[in-house]
Design a protein around this ligand. Sequence first.
Ligand code: PMP
Length: 305
Amino acid sequence: RDTPAGEIWMDGEFLPFGDAAVHVLTHTLHYGLGAFEGLRVYDGELGPAIFRLRDHTDRLFDSAHILGLELPFTREALMDAQAALVRRNGLRAGYLRPLVFLGDEKRGLDPTGARVHVSIACWPWGAYLGEGAMERGIRVKVSSLARHHVNVQMCRSKSVSTYANSILASREVRADGYDEALLLDTEGFVAEGAGENLFIVRRGVLYEPDVTSALDGITRRTVIELAREEGWQVASRRLTRDEVYIADEAFFTGTAAEVTPIVEIDRRRIGSGTPGPFTRRLQQRYHACVHGEEAGHREWLTPVR
Ligand code: PMP
């Protein structure tokens, strides 16, 4: 059990950790209609600061809009609440988790009349894919489960229910000794990791799969911007699994995973089998940006004090 600590913001109030509870008939618990975000707080040049708060908050509103849920708060109110929670909890570095869910007022599928709740929690969180993953890289396996078709789960929404698919895929490959799952879409093209976007490098060009069946990741957008600043060519297109096998480099991006090198997929070594120079450079730049060390990208940071 993760240690309970600090306060949780819920529906406009800061509550002691143990008081932020819901009823067992919570609609989202039964049927999965809900949305969430994941943000990181970094302790850097500006003191503790939230990375890309506005972009994550905008995506939360987009997710809710796609699901037909109207948030009873403004963007500004939720941004203020996130910063205030981090400050009140004295969190210097870690993770923030805003969640939008439906209350317990309705029993059947139709949620009309159920209250839309918003909660925000935060906690300290280290390397998502394990200590050492950033330096050595990880081993990945393609899951036997496909990523959602766009007409099954609308992937522009970071929906709660998407993650049953992620958990099944991730548990499947972890049981076989791999670090993380790569999912293909229903047509067999590469989609994304269980909780990350994928990039590959081939002959000096950075490629990412079309984000049709994948989340439009904010780390992904950051990495694309940094790569363009480096003067590298970046292309988005359909990618096949074997194109990934023959890449010179591959890496995952995500708020939790940051820039994690991939050194093996389906028992094929990727490139030299160690994190390559493009990946290393992006890791360095990302690390510098999130810690406020790049003057040109301080607008991505919201200091919390
Ligand atoms: N895809 C999935 C399925 C994810 O859960 C995440 C993590 N939010 C990502 C991609 C990466 O998104 P971001 O960079 O915005 O964290």
